[in-house]
Design a protein. Structure first.
Ligand code: BGC
Length: 408
């Protein structure tokens, strides 16, 4: 349990219902390893884990050069054009690996989530110059290969590679290239498949766990399969349970051992509250049928910033065959990005910017739909009380429900 996140959650009205949950500790800049006067560093977190008698620590490794190459809300401190791969290796990955390898911490299973959004950006966003650059030397592949090579000899580190989410890579035209790209990176490491414990879907995203009322994407309504409705844009993967299981299956077909497992970030994909449908639509119009039946209430599935969703299932091991756990990688209530165009830079992370996807008054960049982002949000990673209240109230299952296996 991250004591810093936990005490902030505890201080929010109603927050004690979730304040005891395991959430990811993000190493999102070189300075985060050491920590500051007001923020615990990596050793402090691991010492606290020992003190708690914890057997698991969830950590996110997130500082690649050209980080967040498509969006700008989480732009990072390192740039390929500045030759910063050298700093990534020497000042970021090496010190993290040294701390992980301290025998003092060998009783703690360290679940390391590696570089969110990075390899998926190389699948779909190569038209963006910063992503094209990240596709080359000194870019994402090199950084991830280096991190895996440093972490894999440490027996209690379990690395999980980011697998984006169903609403991003779910189309076959994205899915297969993503599997090939990610598998090739893993096969290129020293320990090959032994470098990874598996993959994580939905990190910091909002895609629902199960689209309860839409189990069959090929179901015909009004003369076409429901996956051809505007909301799904022909993507046959509607939810994270199906996507995670399919992702694992395709990795195994590429040579991954059957011991690999999936994680699903369920921190903010609950979508409960009054807007949640309680039955399947009876409409004979495909779009109306989908819109009235879907758990995902976003205007568009590409909307990723501060969505008014709800807390999802609490962290839980082995929810389904092949899925290692539900996890809360993105700590609920931490912002995805600044909503105001006339912002002050974040003193800890001056590269973080305003991305219109985080502005409720803007249209989504993917299509002609509003962003749906909640208003008056601070910089990515900063505490966002209004957002927290929304997430609590719209939790599904309700936050009073104890952690346990999923009902679906
Ligand atoms: C931010 C990180 C932050 C993380 C968790 C990301 O969007 O860029 O700085 O640690 O979210 O809230």
């Amino acid at each position: 349990m991250n004591p810093e996140w936990s005490s902030k959650a505890e201080a929010e009205p109603g927050g004690s219902a979730i304040a005891d949950q395991n959430t990811g500790v993000w190493l999102d800049r070189i300075g985060a390893i050491e920590g500051t006067d007001t923020k615990m560093g990596l050793r402090a977190h691991l010492d606290k884990a020992l003190e708690q008698g914890a057997n698991l620590f969830t950590v996110v490794v997130y500082d690649l050069p050209n980080r967040d190459c498509k969006a700008v809300a989480s732009n990072g401190e390192l740039l390929i054009s500045e030759g910063d791969m050298v700093r990534y290796k020497n000042e970021f990955i090496n010190p993290i690996a040294e701390i992980f390898a301290d025998p003092k911490y060998q009783s703690i299973r360290i679940a390391a989530v590696i570089e969110i959004d990075s390899l998926p950006n190389l699948v779909t966003n190569l038209d963006i110059p910063k992503c094209a650059e990240a596709n080359g030397p000194g870019g994402y592949r090199e950084g991830i290969t280096y991190a895996l090579n440093k972490f894999s000899p440490i027996k209690n580190v379990y690395s999980y590679i980011d697998a984006a989410h169903s609403g991003w890579l779910g189309w076959d035209s994205n899915f297969d290239p993503a599997i090939t790209l990610i598998a090739n990176v893993i096969k290129g490491t020293d320990a090959e498949w032994d470098s990874v414990a598996g993959f994580v879907t939905n990190t910091a995203n909002y895609s629902p766990l199960v689209e309860t009322y839409l189990p069959n994407p090929d179901k015909n309504v009004g003369g076409g399969p429901i996956r051809s409705a505007d909301f799904y844009e022909w993507n046959p993967n509607f939810d994270e349970k199906g996507y995670a299981i399919e992702f694992r299956k395709r990795m195994i077909a590429k040579g991954a051992p059957t011991t690999i497992g999936m994680l699903i970030d369920t921190g903010r994909n609950g979508w409960g509250g009054p807007e949640r449908p309680t039955q399947v639509s009876s409409s004979s119009d495909k779009n109306t049928y989908v819109d009235e039946s879907r758990i995902d209430r976003r205007y568009h599935r590409g909307n990723w910033c501060n969505q008014p969703s709800g807390i999802g299932y609490k962290p839980w091991a082995d929810p389904y065959n092949g899925v290692d756990a539900f996890v809360w990688v993105k700590p609920p209530s931490e912002s995805d990005g600044m909503s105001e165009p006339d912002f002050q830079p974040d003193p800890d992370d001056p590269a973080k910017q305003y991305d219109p996807m985080c502005d409720p008054d803007k249209m989504s960049n993917a299509a002609a739909y509003p962003t749906g982002a909640m208003d008056e949000a601070p910089h990515a990673g900063r505490w966002y009380s209004e957002g927290f209240q929304y997430l609590l109230q719209n939790a599904y299952p309700p936050v009073s429900t104890p952690a346990g296996p999923p009902a679906e």
